[in-house]
Structure formats: C-alpha cells, structure tokens
Ligand binder design. Structure first.
Ligand code: NAP
Ligand code: GDD
Length: 348
C-alpha cells in the first residue's frame, strides 16, 4: 500500500484528497496543527476520520517536519497547508510568507535530509493561479504555464517562492517535485471566508428567513471556478507522471462574482439585487481582475479535464447549504460545525 502524507488535511483540498487517495488504496497520513478547538469537520463530513492517521506537526518548524517524515516514511507528500486567503495576506504578510512560502523550504529540506530524493519520494506543491496575477495572457486570451508571474499580493508572492523552491529541488537534487498551478476550485466543503461559499451560505439562510442582506466587495472580479474533487485528482495525476513538471489546472471559463451571486440566488427563486450590498470594506488593497486558465497541457500529458460546469457547481453548493440549514432548523445533528463559525467582521 503506498503511503501519502498530506499537510493541510483539515482544509477543503486536504479533505477531498485524503478521500480520493483512500479510495485508491493509499495509507493516508495527515499533518494538522495544534489548535485549542479541533477542526476536523470536513474529514467527519466525508466519513473518513477513522480511516486516516493524523499527526500533530508544525509546518514552519524543521525539527517537527523531520520527525513527521521519519515517522511516516511517505512515498508521496502533498504540501497543501497554507494561509490561503488572499485578502487576509495583506493584513498578515509575514505570517503568510512563513506559512505559505517558507514552509515549502522546510518540507523540501526535511525530505532532502532524510534522503527522500534518493528513495524516490514524490513531492507536490500547491501552487496557485494567483502567482500569475494580472499577467500577459497567451494567444487564446488565457493563462498557461508559459505566462509570466506577476504576483499581486503577499499570498501570491509566497506561492511564487514555493514554486521556485520546488523547481530548484527538482533540478538540483533530482527530486520528483511538481507544482500544480490550480485556478479557483470550490465545493460544499469550501471555507466560509471565500466568496463562493459566503454567497451560497447566505443564499440558503436568506431563503429560509435567517438572514436578509449579503455584503460583498468587488463584484467585477472574474474567476475560473471549478469543482474541487476533480482538482485533487489532478494533483495525484501529476505525481504519477514519469517526468515531474508543472501544470495549470482550470476549466477554461471565467465568470464574475456578480454572475456567481446571480446564479446562486436564481437557484432558490430570489433576485440577487434585493439582497446584495456592495461593501467597500471587503475590497482588497489590490485585486486580480481576471483569472482564466488554459489546461491544454494537463489534458494532453495527464489526460485531465474538468467535468462539472459552472452552473452545476453553483447548484451543488447552494443545495448543500440549504440542506445544512434546513437540518439545523429541524434540530437535527449535522456533522458540520463550520457553518455557524462565520467570520465576524472585525475592525482593521
Ligand atoms: P484551506 O481550506 O484554507 O486549507 C488550508 C489548510 O492549511 C488547512 O488545513 C489549514 O489548517 C492549514 N494551515 C493554515 N495555516 C497553517 C499553519 N500555520 N500551520 C499548519 N497548517 C496550516 O485551503 P484549500 O482551499 O484547501 O487549499 C489548499 C492549498 O491549495 C493551499 O495551499 C491553497 O493556497 C492552495 N490553492 C487553493 C486553491 C483553491 O481555489 N481552493 C487554488 C489554488 C491554490 P487549519 O484547518 O488548522 O486552519
Ligand atoms: N473572500 C471574498 N469575500 N472575496 C470577495 C468578496 C467577499 O466578500 N467580495 C468580492 N470578492 C472577490 C475578491 O476580491 C476576489 O476578486 C474574488 O471575489 C475571489 O475571492 P476569494 O473567493 O477570496 O478567492 P481568491 O480568488 O482571492 O483566492 C482563492 O483562489 C486562489 C486561486 O486563484 C483562494 O482559494 C486562494 O488560496 C487560491 O490560490
């Protein structure tokens, strides 16, 4: 049985990836950080808590990661843990650089020191479309692997650091190390602080009379939104490939935040304009206007392509949130604690 080690296993992608790998017959180990309150709701929602081995560790501490790697002796390492909120990275640039960028050096170094590269351990780094920022598009008007990086936030800059470190360890030590440059991907397990889930959660509550208004920032931003379970499959495919390389993973279609909101409200028969309030406090010091990916290389070399349409994605997310809140209203126990832990609007 191959062994996979996942950092960020408690996050959206970590949970979906753990499930995917378990279904493939892997032994799955997950690193999680010490928190005063455990945060396993996604793993519980997917019903995989008792099928995994969870190990406490700190991704910004080399001794901690060395211990984890020596203990697990993984065949594949998926480094997904990050401070993943772009807006928040403007408020916490140093922490973001440590968690999202420096941690990559720590894990790569832990692998090198334990001779991981000689044992053929494979490494996946969670890169991001944010690394491209407001880049120069290719001849199809999309972003592919050849487009230059123009990071527009501390988060994006940290991911560019991780990208280059991964490339350097591949070239210098022959490590099978890859970067997935994934465009936005969402699901019913998405965190509430990201715009899609913030919208679908609010739509469900508004429909059920639990909320009236939804405050949003930049409605004009365009994103290429796909369905997360399909994107974790691409991570795995990258590590199965003979030659380690970097890939753009996307749907090839972009929509504005406004369109997402409109479709989500349509789904429950409401007019979005009656509820959405534009709130400048959600604007970022700098935003990326348009992210649209060209996944041709992944399709050609990995046989990967997206399957869920934009409309289907919105429907999946709205229905899941409606179901959660309906259960909550009926007083039924639900495996999700996160829907109630909505981020409070704090003064900056
Ligand atoms: P997510 O839901 O925010 O999960 C982030 C994970 O990182 C969580 O498990 C979190 O642990 C962990 N983490 C955060 N800070 C940490 C720290 N200081 N020490 C240890 N663990 C820490 O993000 P996601 O959507 O699953 O994304 C997974 C990865 O892909 C991230 O690197 C993200 O930047 C990248 N990415 C995501 C997308 C997307 O659209 N989803 C697109 C491109 C790239 P807690 O649960 O304890 O907070
Ligand atoms: N979060 C949030 N909240 N974003 C809002 C809001 C709001 O109330 N209103 C408008 N937006 C806009 C943001 O300004 C941004 O242009 C867009 O909605 C998407 O924001 P997020 O959902 O926070 O995602 P992101 O695109 O910034 O980042 C996500 O995708 C990246 C890949 O492109 C994250 O998952 C990153 O970790 C990931 O790398």
């Amino acid at each position: 049985m191959p062994k996979a080690l996942i950092t960020g296993i408690t996050g959206q992608d970590g949970a979906w990836l753990a499930k995917f790998l378990l279904d493939k017959g892997y032994e799955v180990y997950g690193v999680y950080r010490r928190l005063s309150t455990p945060n396993f709701w996604r793993l519980q929602a997917l019903g995989i808590m008792d099928k995994l081995t969870l190990i406490q560790g700190d991704i910004t501490d080399l001794s901690s990661m060395l211990r984890v790697i020596q203990q697990v002796e993984p065949d594949e390492v998926y480094h997904l843990a990050a401070q993943s909120h772009v807006g928040w990275s403007f408020d916490t640039p140093i922490d973001t650089i440590e968690t999202t960028g420096l941690s990559t050096a720590i894990i790569l170094e832990a692998l090198r020191l334990t001779k991981g590269h000689e044992k053929g351990v494979k490494f996946y780094f969670a890169g991001s479309s944010e690394m491209f920022g407001n880049t120069i598009l290719n001849h199809k008007g999309k972003i592919d692997e050849s487009c230059p990086f123009m990071p527009a936030s501390p988060y994006a800059a940290s991911k560019v650091l991780g990208y280059h470190l991964t490339r350097i360890y591949r070239e210098a030590y022959g490590m099978h190390a890859v970067v997935g440059m994934l465009f936005n991907h969402e699901s019913e397990l998405r965190g509430l602080e990201f715009v899609t889930r913030k919208i679908t959660n609010a739509v469900a509550k508004i429909k059920l009379g639990l909320q009236d208004k939804l405050h949003l920032g930049n409605l004009d931003a365009k994103r290429d939104w796909g369905y997360a379970p399909e994107y974790v499959e691409a991570m795995w495919l990258m590590l199965q490939s003979e030659k380690p390389d970097n890939y753009v993973i996307a749907t090839g279609e972009a929509h504005t935040v406004r369109e997402f909101a409109q479709l989500a409200f349509d789904e429950v028969g409401l007019n979005w304009e009656d509820h959405v309030v534009v709130d400048k406090s959600y604007y970022r010091p700098r935003d990326v206007a348009n992210l649209i990916g060209d996944y041709s290389k992944a399709e050609r070399e990995l046989g990967w392509r997206p399957r869920t349409t934009f409309k289907e994605l919105v429907r999946i997310m709205v229905r899941a949130d409606l179901e959660r809140w309906q259960k909550w209203l009926r007083g039924e126990p639900i495996p999700f604690d996160a829907p109630y832990a909505e981020p409070l609007k704090v003064k900056k």
